[in-house]
Each structure stands twice: as C-alpha cells, then as structure tokens.
Design a protein. Structure first.
Length: 316
C-alpha cells in the first residue's frame, strides 16, 4: 500500500485520521475524537485522497460514506495501526494493572474453550485493560506428523501474527520456547440418560453410533487406530468441524463422542451431557504453550505466559 518512498514523505497520522473518519462516518465527530478542528480533518482527507488517488469518502446530508476503495483499504490500514500500536506499547515498561495491550492467542477450539474462562477471570482481577484475541488453530489436512500438522501455527508465531500458540503436541521445533500447561485424556460424552452410560463396555462402545470432530470430514481418527489394534471398529455416523458444535449435536441425539476430559466436564452441564471413561486405552497428551524464544524478551508476552501457566482449571 505504501512503499518506502511514500513513507519517507508521508505523515502516518493520516492513517489514524482515515480510521476515525471511517468509524465515525462524520468529519465533525472524527475531529472531536482526534481533538482536531473540522477544517484540519478536511485538509488531512485532501492529502490522503491525493496519496491514495481516490475520493475515499463522499459527502452526504448525514455525514460521509466510504468509497469502494476506502473499504478495500480499511482492513490493511487497521492491521498497520494495530501492529504499530503493539510495537509502541511493547517498548514502554509493561504494567499489567494499567496496560491496554491486545494479545493474540492461537489454539484449537477444544483447548481455547478450556483456557479462556480462567484466563479472563485472571485478567479481570489483575489486568482489566488488557484485551485478548483468540485465533482458531487447525492442523494441516492430511498431515500425520505433528511437527508438520501444526506448521502453520509456527509460521504465525514467527510472523508475529500470534503471541502465543497452545498446541496438543510436544513435537515443537527447537527454536521455540515450550511451557507445559496441563495433561489431557479423553472421555466418552453423550446426552444425559443415555443407555451407554449405564454399561460402558468396549463391546457396547463399538455398537454405538459415533460423532467425530473433523474439519475436513475424515471419519477416521486416533480412536479408530486404537480400536483396529484390538481388531475392532465402530460406525462414525456424523462428523462436525469443531468441538462446541459437537456438544450441541450430542445434546439432541443418541450419538456418542470421544472428547477431551477437561473440555467435556467444563461444558457438560450447559448442554445437558454426561461422560464416562473411554473403555479403551488411548494416549494421554500434553497441552503446551509455544512462543518464539525471542518473544520472551517482551515483558508483556512473558507475563501473559505466566498467567496462562497459573490459570488452569482444576480437574473435577
């Protein structure tokens, strides 16, 4: 959008002005928000129009409306300003009690749904001005090796699109810092009163109709591999793309689903579900917080990692 020549002779405050006018849809209100006069905002818009070679905002009786080009520019300009604000805030001494920083945490939905409530409780108590963005992490389709399945998460960390990633794997490249948060295993979740809960044997488990969480719709997972080792199989009657959707489906059907224990227990009551231990030996796995080692030099990110380590929901 802006090349180096443009930046050397361009007032970046024009981007702040663009943001204010876009959000307020009114020159006067944007001026009041920026503590400027309306004529100063109008003058700035003129400079911005020449820079972008577009009218950007068209006057109406009630204010201004953005042009198609302005709407195209909205997201990249917001991203530039967010990055700049993050850089400037990270350069200041970090005080969680007064900080207004925004941090981005990436995690699969079955993990973020476990971490988020205790994390927000800690932030309300210790850092009420800090905001959190959650990005959903998804493993790469068709990749069986964990270090390749989550390679997108590692790229986002190094590109600083994400501050911390929380991953269900210990296969982390050496260049990253790894902090173990908790160990997880699985339970079989189903609607309250389901007949399987009264006799949760392996044979009856194989007889049930199963729901599997799979973004791409692949019905075969680690449970099927464990069953195959014992010469057994199951029928996967339905796949859904995320764990929270799975809870809603389980509540209204006779399907059963293997879910992470903490996730199932935290949300069971809200959906009218119950769970029992899986009648099958499944591998436990470690949930790890991951970030570039260099990111620990950012006292804000290091503080957030410490909060994540402390704010773990206890197992029932």
């Amino acid at each position: 959008m802006l090349n180096q020549i443009d930046l050397s002779r361009t007032d970046l405050n024009l981007l702040v002005l663009f943001e204010a006018v876009l959000e307020e849809r009114h020159v006067g209100r944007a001026a009041a928000r920026l503590n400027l006069t309306s004529s100063a905002v109008s003058h700035g818009l003129g400079r911005l129009r020449r820079l972008m070679n577009d009218p950007l905002f068209l006057r109406t009786p009630k204010g201004v409306v953005p042009t198609a080009r302005a709407l195209e520019l909205a997201a990249p300009i917001a991203d530039v300003l967010a990055r700049l604000r993050s850089v400037l805030s990270s350069a200041e001494p970090f005080d969680p009690a007064t900080s207004g920083r925004r941090f981005t945490i990436a995690a699969p939905d079955g993990i973020s749904a476990v971490l988020l409530a205790p994390l927000l409780a800690e932030l309300r108590r210790r850092a009420p001005g800090i905001d959190i963005a959650i990005r959903q992490l998804l493993p790469a389709q068709g990749e069986s090796a964990p270090e390749r399945a989550w390679r997108g998460a590692f790229t986002d960390l190094e590109d600083r699109l994400t501050d911390i990633a929380v991953l269900p794997t210990g296969h982390i490249p050496e260049r990253f810092h790894v902090s173990g948060l908790y160990d997880e295993d699985f339970v079989v979740a189903m609607r309250a009163g389901h007949a399987f809960a009264g006799e949760p044997t392996l044979e009856r488990y194989c007889e049930q109709q199963h729901l599997v969480v799979s973004l791409g719709g692949d019905p075969h997972g680690f449970v099927d591999e464990a069953l195959a080792r014992q010469g057994r199989s199951r029928r996967v009657a339905l796949t859904v793309p995320n764990f929270m959707f799975a809870l809603a489906i389980l509540a209204e059907t006779d399907l059963v689903c293997a879910l992470p224990r903490r996730f199932a227990v935290m949300h069971a009551a809200r959906f009218g579900l119950e769970s029992v231990d899986v009648p099958l030996e499944l591998t436990r796995f470690r949930i790890n917080a991951v970030l570039p080692k260099v990111a620990l030099m950012d006292t804000g990110v290091a503080w957030l990692l410490a909060v994540l380590e402390e704010a773990q929901p206890p197992l029932p």
